[in-house]
Design a protein around this ligand. Structure first.
Ligand SMILES: Cc1ncc(COP(=O)(O)O)c(C=O)c1O
Length: 370
């Protein structure tokens, strides 16, 4: 297929409309913060923590430096040392957080339709050393967390949820904290709720865990300069909390817009037999819109030529990353994740993306396969 020239540009993600819409509000908050000149663990972080906890239907929320840190600190707090099982199809940072906690990592395959970690594959890959599981709610779609909770209970495993791509998602109407004591979020700028740098939180319903997490993130200190536990330095900062407090007021509307865009793609691509959308359900908060396609690299180049940005989440399953070779899982071991990594393509989705642009993207894909 000849590569046509771009008429206008549709980036895979664009933060400008969201930033512009709320500018006067965050600017006022930043100005007040600069007057107070208190930049670490002050009233902005505390205010955000309590509003985000209630938004999610939870009781406690502890701000940390990133989603990766949230996973690391949760595992440390849960006392996990041995082996931790997670999905082969996720951001490498899920596994980076596990290694940072001093644990080793091992991977389970995904369900071929949803690309979420498969509870049967997870069950089959538990070993005597497995101490915890980290199910991931990938692309904004909650995974089968009820089944993972049952598996964790039956095999006496700790469970830490990676909800770094699922801000606001519930499972069958229930808050994610109903299924485990630790739910981790990232506020990397492109997330459904992002800040303007790095940030994250751990959400829990347990007051004792909340108290300990506050100590972990702050060098193991409680109120003074004595480190009581060997903690880390990973604190959400006041400037990021200013943005997060403002953006949180928009999250419901932004997630609604994402759902609309996803539904529009579903409809516009329905007649194109070459492509296979990754299955979602009504619980999804549509962080990414992912399709599976033949000749992906050719399609991606074709779309780039039209000014349409795309992404690949992710190009290699984690068991094949050199950094995680200690898991000793080789090519062929997790076939569904491996195949998906060759076929998946993420299409533009962001609050403010015009419906006409969504239709233009879908039309370009249909034309490529026609
Ligand atoms: C599924 C998943 N887990 C973990 C992370 C790590 O979050 P952060 O980038 O805030 O460390 C991310 C984001 O990059 C993610 O998408």
């Amino acid at each position: 297929v000849a590569i046509p020239r771009a008429s206008s540009v549709v980036p895979v993600v664009n933060l400008r409309p969201a930033l512009a819409a709320s500018r006067p509000v965050w600017q006022a908050r930043l100005n007040a913060l600069l007057e107070r000149a208190h930049f670490v663990l002050g009233e902005e972080v505390a205010g955000f923590e309590s509003t985000f906890a209630s938004y999610l239907g939870a009781t406690h929320c502890v701000g940390v430096g990133s989603g990766t840190s949230a996973i690391e600190i949760s595992l440390r707090d849960a006392g996990v040392r041995g082996e931790v099982l997670t999905s082969a199809l996720t951001a490498p940072f899920t596994a980076v957080g596990i290694l940072a906690a001093g644990a080793s990592v091992r991977f389970a395959d995904v369900d071929p339709e949803t690309l979420q970690m498969d509870p049967d594959s997870a069950g089959n890959r538990l070993t005597k050393r497995t101490a915890a599981i980290v199910p991931v709610h990938l692309y904004g779609q909650p995974c089968a967390i009820d089944r993972f909770a049952a598996l964790a209970k039956q095999r006496r495993l700790k469970m830490i949820q990676d909800a770094c791509q699922a801000h606001g998602a519930r499972f069958a109407g229930k808050p994610l904290t109903a299924f485990s004591d630790y739910v981790c979020y990232s506020f990397y700028p492109t997330k459904n709720l992002g800040c303007l740098g790095d940030g994250g939180v751990i959400v829990t319903n347990r007051a004792t865990i909340d108290r300990r997490l506050r100590q972990w993130r702050d060098g193991g200190r409680k109120n003074g300069q004595v480190s009581l536990v060997p903690g880390v330095n990973s604190r959400l900062d006041e400037i990021q909390a200013c943005f997060l407090r403002v953006f949180l007021n928009h999250l419901t509307e932004w997630n609604r817009q994402r759902a609309e865009i996803a539904a529009l793609y579903d409809e516009a691509l329905a007649g194109c037999s070459a492509i296979h959308p990754v299955r979602r359900d009504a619980d999804s908060v549509h962080h990414l819109y992912v399709i599976r396609v033949p000749r992906r690299e050719r399609l991606q180049r074709y779309l780039t030529g039209l000014g349409i940005g795309t992404g690949i989440h992710y190009s290699a399953p984690l068991h094949l990353h050199p950094a995680f070779a200690a898991a000793k899982q080789k090519k062929g071991d997790l076939p569904h994740a491996e195949k998906a990594c060759r076929e998946i393509l993420s299409l533009p989705i962001w609050p403010g993306l015009a419906h006409s642009e969504v239709l233009r993207v879908a039309e370009a894909i249909r034309r490529f396969y026609a």
